[in-house]
Design a protein around this ligand. Structure first.
Ligand SMILES: [Ca+2]
Ligand SMILES: [Ca+2]
Length: 486
């Protein structure tokens, strides 16, 4: 009996002697997937059986938001547990090891590695190239391949930007040429050969449905022909009631405007390609999840699935991300496995920042100082458990969205505001910021705006908005409002 009590004590203490009892972690990252996921009802024609099954055996967060609507800052925030406004990482560069605020920060995988886990990464988990080689060994024991998307000899769609990746269509003919197939392959191989003496933390980052939205014929054939593709809800002149400053957050980006898609007859083809490439990517998630079963690790592996930002497909007049609206900030977030209720559906606002503290609590790792998220373990036990915090998204210094259960409040760096009642206006068509009846709602949300709000870190490039002497600069060039592209 004494011996049993002693064993129970070290289990409770989470000591090194019982590491084998800790669950494995499989983290699945997706690039630019909004809520067009079957179980999230974001698009009636979405087909994502693997994600739907995962959500059914775990807990799905229906009101989860990114901390930045862009790859590098979103992923940097998740992995360090710090807001973009705390680190100054807003652009496609710099990476966390090139910034003073995060250079020595213990990241999520690092914390697992330091506490006995075997860690490995495949595909796009950190933003490509954001962790210089000398630092890589600090993050993961194994850095698997992160192939880029294959490109056809010629672009299918002559989008206004000559960029090769700004494309969509039926390609390649063989799924095995797809980056996501190769990423799944490498992750599967690693899972099959995971060390037996310690738990693993394996991160797998898929590339689709990030542009180029390519998929082979069978994936397109699962969807109705173009003329039967349902377009997202859209309102003409929707941006007549939003501040002009909202344009500055995605100034002259390569993603085509809705007006171009409409003129070119490319709106439905793009929607279909986004749906088809998402369904293909979902099939690669299925391959990885099936491997967990095959190796007998399903019961003892905690799975977390997230996307780094959403994507507009015409809403508010644009395609792409880089906005503070629901379409850019709301993403799938699913947990499943030991300690997670089955079939949970949480509608409380939550942040990707919450993943770090949640995983370390679920795996009984020691806490980490300074994490700005809050553990989701109460909601993973009971999805209805209340939560006091809203979700905050930041896109460059001074531009923030505060999303509560019912409202979205946006404050731009020049003081301009938006307010949406998501309960009665789920598409954010009516900006209520100027309505005096909602003065208190605005005040209540404004108090959550980050107190620390750093300028862009030195070396920032790629989607960076700055101000000098009253002039706003995008990518270092002064913004001329006369050049606005509707
Ligand atoms: Ca992304
Ligand atoms: Ca509007």
């Amino acid at each position: 009996m004494k011996k049993l009590l002693w064993l129970a004590a070290i289990v409770l203490m989470g000591g090194g002697a019982v590491q084998a009892a800790r669950p494995n972690v499989l983290m699945i990252a997706i690039d630019d997937l909004n809520d067009w996921v079957g179980c999230m009802y974001g698009h009636p024609q979405a087909q994502t059986p693997a994600m739907d099954r995962l959500a059914a055996r775990g807990t799905l967060f229906l009101n989860a938001h990114v901390q930045s609507p862009l790859c590098n800052p979103s992923r940097a925030s998740l992995m360090t547990g710090l807001r973009p406004s705390t680190t100054g990482i807003y652009g496609l560069t710099p990476g966390i090891r090139n910034v003073e605020t995060t250079r020595h920060r213990v990241t999520l995988p690092q914390h697992f590695a330091r506490h006995g886990y075997f860690t490995a990464t495949f595909g796009k988990v950190y933003h490509d190239g954001s962790i210089p080689r000398p630092f890589q060994t600090n993050e993961f024991h194994v850095w698997g391949p992160a192939p880029g998307m294959p490109l056809p000899p010629q672009k299918f769609v002559n989008t206004p930007a000559a960029m090769r990746v700004m494309d969509w269509g039926v390609f390649p003919p063989d799924d095995r040429e797809q980056a996501d197939w190769k990423i799944a392959d490498a992750a599967i191989e690693q899972l099959k050969n995971a060390p037996k003496d310690r738990p693993f933390f394996v991160a797998v980052g898929f590339r689709l449905p990030h542009v180029p939205c390519f998929a082979s014929p069978p994936w397109f054939n699962r969807f109705p022909p173009e003329d039967q593709i349902i377009l997202p809800p859209w309102l003409a002149r929707d941006r007549a009631d939003v501040p002009e400053f909202s344009w500055y957050l995605h100034w002259q980006l390569p993603e085509p405007r809705l007006s171009w898609l409409q003129r070119s007859g490319q709106w439905r083809p793009l929607v279909r390609a986004y749906l088809a490439s998402t369904t293909f990517m979902d099939s690669q998630i299925e391959r990885v999840l099936q491997t967990l079963k095959d190796i007998g690790a399903e019961a003892n592996t905690l799975i977390v699935l997230w996307s780094d930002n959403g994507w507009h497909l015409g809403e508010k007049g644009i395609t792409g991300k880089n906005t503070l609206w629901e379409r850019s900030t709301r993403v799938p977030l699913i947990f499943a496995g030991p300690g997670v209720a089955r079939g949970g559906r949480c509608t409380q606002p939550v942040e990707l920042l919450d993943i770090y503290p949640t995983l370390i609590e679920l795996c009984s790792l020691p806490p980490v100082d300074g994490l700005e998220g809050h553990s989701l373990t109460p909601q993973l036990r009971d999805a209805q458990a209340p939560r006091p915090w809203p979700a905050i998204t930041t896109h460059n210094q001074g531009n923030h969205a505060v999303r509560s259960l019912r409202w979205r409040y946006i404050r731009y760096a020049n003081g301009a505001e938006e307010l949406y009642d998501l309960q009665n206006d789920p598409n954010e068509w009516r900006n209520l910021a100027g309505d005096p009846r909602y003065h208190d709602v605005r005040q209540e949300h404004a108090r959550w705006l980050p107190q620390v709000d750093l300028p862009a870190a030195p070396g920032s490039t790629g989607r960076v908005l700055t101000q000098t002497n009253g002039v706003w600069y995008w990518e270092g060039k002064p913004i001329d409002p006369a050049e606005k592209e509707e």
